[in-house]
Each structure stands twice: as C-alpha cells, then as structure tokens.
Design a protein around this ligand. Structure first.
Ligand code: KIV
Length: 281
C-alpha cells in the first residue's frame, strides 16, 4: 500500500491530540526501513551516530560530512516518517551564516525534511535565521549532550525552581523563533509537563516523563545494540546483540567444521561442461 509522507505540519498539529508522537533514531538503510515500516512518525538521524555507530566517546567529534552521509542513507529509503537531520557540534554554534549554510546542506544534499539543534535562548538568533531561510527546525533543551561538559556531565536538568523557570523561558523563546517542535531531554517529569503546557508546539520527551506530546529513544539503546551504558530513561525492548552474537558463533562453528556451505548455498554447472573440464569429453 502506498504510504503518505508525513510533514512537519502533520507533527505540529498533533499537539494535544490523543495519539502521541513517536520518534526513533536511524542512521542507515536497514534501520530506516524497519523504523519507517513500523509507522514511527519521526526518524532522527541523531548525532548519537558518533557513539552508537561510529564508536566515538561522545557526540562532539561528529562532523557535517558524516551526518550528511548517513542522512542520505536514511532519506533514500523512508516513505512515511518525517526525517530530522541533527546538526552536529560546530555546525551551528560558530556563526549564524555557517548555521544556515549547514542547515541548507541537510536539506539539499541529505534531502532531510527538517533539522534539529541543541540549546535554549542563546540559540534563538540562529534558530530564527534557519527558520527564516525556510528550513523547519526542531529545538532540543534540557540535557544537551553536545554541551554536556559545560553542564557538568550527563545530568538531569531543571531540578531547581530557577533552572526549571529558565527551561520554560527557553521553550517559549524557541517557539517564538519558529521551531515546529521541541525535544526535552532528562528533565523532571513535572517540569516537562509545565513546559508542554506553556507552549503550543509539540514536546517530544526523552527522560522527561509521560506528559510530553511524544517520546523519542535512541534505537540502538532500545533494542540492546549499544553496550557501553544504558541511561535510566531507556526501556530496552529486546537485547538483539545476544541474538546476533549467537548467529555469529554458529556461523564460525559451521565454517570451522565444514558444515557450511551446503548444496543449497552452492552453484552448479552443466554436467557436459564439467566433463570437458575433467578431460572426459
Ligand atoms: O542524537 C540523538 O540521538 C538525540 C536524541 C537523544 C534526541 O539527539
């Protein structure tokens, strides 16, 4: 059946609807296909790519070229989900001009539907310029992994009344700048509820409780394919690495014992050609 492609407007108008917005990451063809076919509303080609696929120690070293390479792999297969290109550290925090230029690359080269950047009020001039350039933008506040060292590590944000007020101001400022939705990461559930009620664009939570308009997880965390750590907010639905490891071990044993390949995996040829080869004809 032909799938109708969702747009950022479809996402924006889901604010307050009974059906919450689902969002997962994907970084390549097979995962994008699975996530899209499952009917997930938004696919984030996140800079978490650096950690869960490229094996970097953090997301800071991810480059624009790496992001574009993976966004292309995803947009080439997706039929329905909205695809978000995650702007990596250094691609939007240098100058507004550079930010718009890089956001354009996500759209022109990557064929993304929109982009995402991290940061609150200080990012408003950049956010407004990207939106003014006609590029739909998703904000990301709370724990912003790219600036985790400035935040004192991967810590829950907005835990004091002052910090929570700042989060609400950040959310309002990003909405005013034209963001179509906001990711809220690692903030207390009651504060995420307040942020969600304070703005008219959808909030998508990750470690932000049940009252957001949607939820996002890193797919590799959710399916048990990232072994370095699992944050408290992750629900691991399956540990697919165990299944993959036993398949690999079985293959190794089959190869070493000679029980793979079998006839069904091998090619034949015309018997007379073989007889010629054997010098019988
Ligand atoms: O890069 C990413 O995967 C993200 C999610 C954690 C929202 O930004």
């Amino acid at each position: 059946m032909e799938q109708k492609k969702l747009t950022v407007l479809d996402i924006k108008t889901r604010k307050g609807s009974d059906k919450k917005i689902s969002m997962l990451t994907a970084y390549d063809y097979p995962w994008a296909l699975l996530v899209d076919q499952a009917g997930i509303d938004i696919i984030l080609v996140g800079d978490s790519l650096g950690m869960v696929v490229l094996g970097y120690k953090d997301t800071v070293s991810v480059t624009m070229n790496e992001m574009i390479h993976h966004v292309k792999a995803v947009t080439g297969v997706v039929k329905r989900s909205v695809v978000v290109g995650d702007m990596p550290f250094g691609s939007y925090n240098v100058s507004t001009e550079k930010a718009v230029e890089n956001a354009n690359r996500f759209m022109k080269e990557g064929k993304a539907d929109c982009v995402k950047l991290e940061g609150g009020k200080s990012m408003v001039p950049v956010a407004a310029a990207i939106v003014k350039a006609g590029i739909p933008l998703q904000g990301h506040i709370g724990l912003t992994p790219q600036t985790a060292s400035a935040l004192g590590g991967f810590k829950v944000q907005g835990k004091s009344a002052d910090a929570a007020r700042t989060l609400i101001e950040d959310a309002r400022a990003l909405e005013d700048a034209g963001c179509f939705s906001l990711v809220l990461e690692a903030i207390p559930a009651p504060i995420a509820k307040m942020v969600t009620e304070a703005i008219s664009i959808p909030t998508i939570g990750i470690g932000a409780g049940a009252d957001c308009d949607g939820q996002v997880l890193v797919t590799h965390d959710m399916v048990g394919l990232f072994d370095r750590f699992t944050p408290k907010f992750v629900k691991q639905y399956v540990k697919i690495s165990d299944t993959i490891s036993s398949a690999i071990a079985e293959f190794k044993a089959d190869v070493e014992s000679g029980s793979f390949p079998e006839d069904q995996h091998s090619f034949t040829m015309k018997p007379e050609e073989l007889r010629k080869m054997n010098g019988e004809l």
